[in-house]
Design a protein around this ligand. Structure first.
Ligand code: NOJ
Length: 521
């Protein structure tokens, strides 16, 4: 299980209101207790923070706000001492506009680094080189008066895109990966990996016929020519070869594409990402039919050796507890942790943290600030972790960079640790069962029953007890009836103490209840 930490919001050790690496070190025992096997850290590199660290001005250093390189080395060592892994975020598509590479590139058309970024002449009518739009609003082209060309930025103008068609850029970026691999990190989550290569002819993107006014302006066009170009796979395979040369390392690619296209990012013969993130559940209606179909579809499209993975939240999305409602957080936990594949858990979801309404004048996220009328700010899902009932939720001794949820006195780690019925205890119990049962780790997935209330599936690994998972997505009681003859023990219920209750073909399931049943061989 991978646990995503957004360092700004995890734990502030030095009283400046922003989380830091020492703060993370202080919570490693908690993460180990929970059953986390691998951490993924969102960016902690030097950055002007226009996009809170996804605008990097030095790929091989630590921003002082998060600590020092010694802190990082210490963190890595402490993670490994606890027999966990550490993945770092790698942001290769764009740097900060304050990166010395971009400063050089911008300085003159003749600069050796000019071609490290994407510079184009204006269109014949004096307009932008083409119609491409930036994810965070407006045109993706920024005019530079001094050199009289535009540069391309798929996100903010403070995040110019690197030119991955230039071999020098590839060398420099692989060197940056090597820097962290040499330190001993266990892998990378690669930011917007499907954006790296753009159409060689810079053709206009077509209009999106399904655009709705509440969507980000970026969605007015279909990014047919600005993303997901066939040549991107060559670049990814170079990254993969580098990782492979270090032994057992992992590359996870951030890819928001329909499943059919996503699968290509596994590579053709072990030369792609180990796991392109599967975000399917983020957009699927929360009901057994829709989810069951999404799971079946994903399973059927996976390439032969492609290992599945599941995501219910991250720093760009609404909190799962807000999306499905408090009564369903247990079902979400069971789904995430019992489907076949590697789950990624977003910090705070294990205690059921919800989206926090941020008053307009406190919004920090550029996506929210640039498109104020569209409710697109990602701040609500980035609020400080709620550790205990002290002021600011025990996150910091001072007012944090983003407000803490008002519910922190009730919803916090310390309180939930001592409550066996909390969502945190549920996560811990599921993880501990999962870690001791081969069927739940590597067993096949098979749908058993889908009704308007229930999603039920089997996980089975030859030579080991099979597991039946029953999830009630509704807030009324339901009845499970099996056509086959089944017998086993209920190992866990999300709603009641049922440990080792006997289970047979028919079973009454409570409203919002999820069950893990260990079947007799
Ligand atoms: C994806 C990241 O997850 C998001 O937070 C960021 O704003 C963009 N990439 C740009 O780097």
């Amino acid at each position: 299980m991978i646990y995503q930490i957004y360092p700004r919001s995890f734990r502030d050790s030095n009283g400046d209101g922003v989380g830091d690496l020492l703060g993370i070190i202080g919570q490693l025992d908690y993460l180990k207790w929970l059953g986390v096997e691998c951490l993924w850290l969102s960016p902690f590199y030097p950055s002007p923070m226009a996009d809170f660290g996804y605008d990097i001005s030095n790929y091989c250093a630590v921003d002082p706000i998060f600590g020092t390189m010694e802190d990082f080395d210490h963190l890595l060592q402490e993670v490994h001492t606890r027999n966990m892994k550490l993945m770092v975020d790698f942001v290769p598509n764009h740097s900060s506009s304050e990166h010395p590479w971009f400063q050089a590139s911008k300085s003159s058309k003749a600069d050796p680094k000019r071609d490290w970024y994407i510079w184009r002449d204006p269109a014949p009518d004096g307009g932008t080189p083409n119609n491409w739009l930036a994810m965070f609003g407006g045109s993706a082209w920024e005019w530079d008066e001094q050199s009289r060309q535009h540069y391309y930025h798929g996100f903010l103008s403070e995040q110019p895109d690197l030119n991955w068609r230039n071999p020098e850029v590839i060398t420099a970026m692989l060197d940056a990966m090597r820097f962290w691999l040499d330190k001993g990190v266990d892998g990378f989550r690669v930011d917007v990996i499907w954006h790296l290569i753009k159409d060689a002819m810079f053709r206009d993107n077509p209009v999106n016929p399904d655009y709705q006014p509440d969507m980000a302006t970026y969605n007015q066009l279909l990014p047919v020519f600005s993303t997901d170009q066939p040549e991107v796979h060559e670049v990814i395979s170079q990254m993969r070869r580098l990782l492979d040369s270090y032994g057992e390392k992992v590359m996870i690619g951030e890819v928001y594409l329909p499943l059919e296209k996503l699968m290509r990012y596994y590579g053709l013969s072990g030369d792609g990402a180990h796991m392109p993130f599967n975000f399917k559940l983020l957009e699927t209606r929360w009901d057994p039919n829709a989810i069951g179909a999404a799971v079946e579809n994903y399973e059927s499209l996976l390439p032969k050796d492609g290992w599945p993975n599941w995501v219910l939240g991250n720093h760009d999305q609404r909190r799962i507890a807000s999306r499905v409602g408090k009564s369903q957080v247990g079902i979400a936990a069971l789904l995430l942790l019992t489907l076949r594949g590697t789950p990624t858990l977003y910090y705070g979801d294990e205690i059921g943290m919800e989206d926090v309404q941020i008053p307009k004048d406190e919004i920090r996220d550029p996506q929210g600030i640039n498109m104020p009328d569209k409710n697109l700010s990602r701040d609500p899902a980035r609020t400080p972790m709620q550790w205990d009932n002290r002021p600011f939720g025990g996150f910091s001794e001072v007012a944090p960079w983003l407000r803490v949820s008002a519910d922190y006195e009730e919803v916090n780690v310390r309180k939930q640790m001592s409550n066996h019925e909390s969502i945190l205890s549920l996560y811990k119990q599921i993880l501990s069962i999962r870690q001791s049962e081969p069927s739940l780790q590597i067993g096949n997935y098979r749908t058993v029953l889908i009704t308007s209330q229930l999603l039920c599936y089997m996980r089975e690994e030859q030579g080991n007890p099979a597991f039946l998972i029953i999830l009630n997505f509704s807030n009324t009681d339901a009845r499970f009836e099996s056509r086959d003859s089944l017998a086993g023990d209920v190992l866990l219920s999300s709603q009641r103490q049922l440990d080792f209750a006997f289970f047979s073909n028919g079973f009454s399931v409570l409203a919002n209840e999820g069950l893990i049943i260990k079947l007799k061989k």
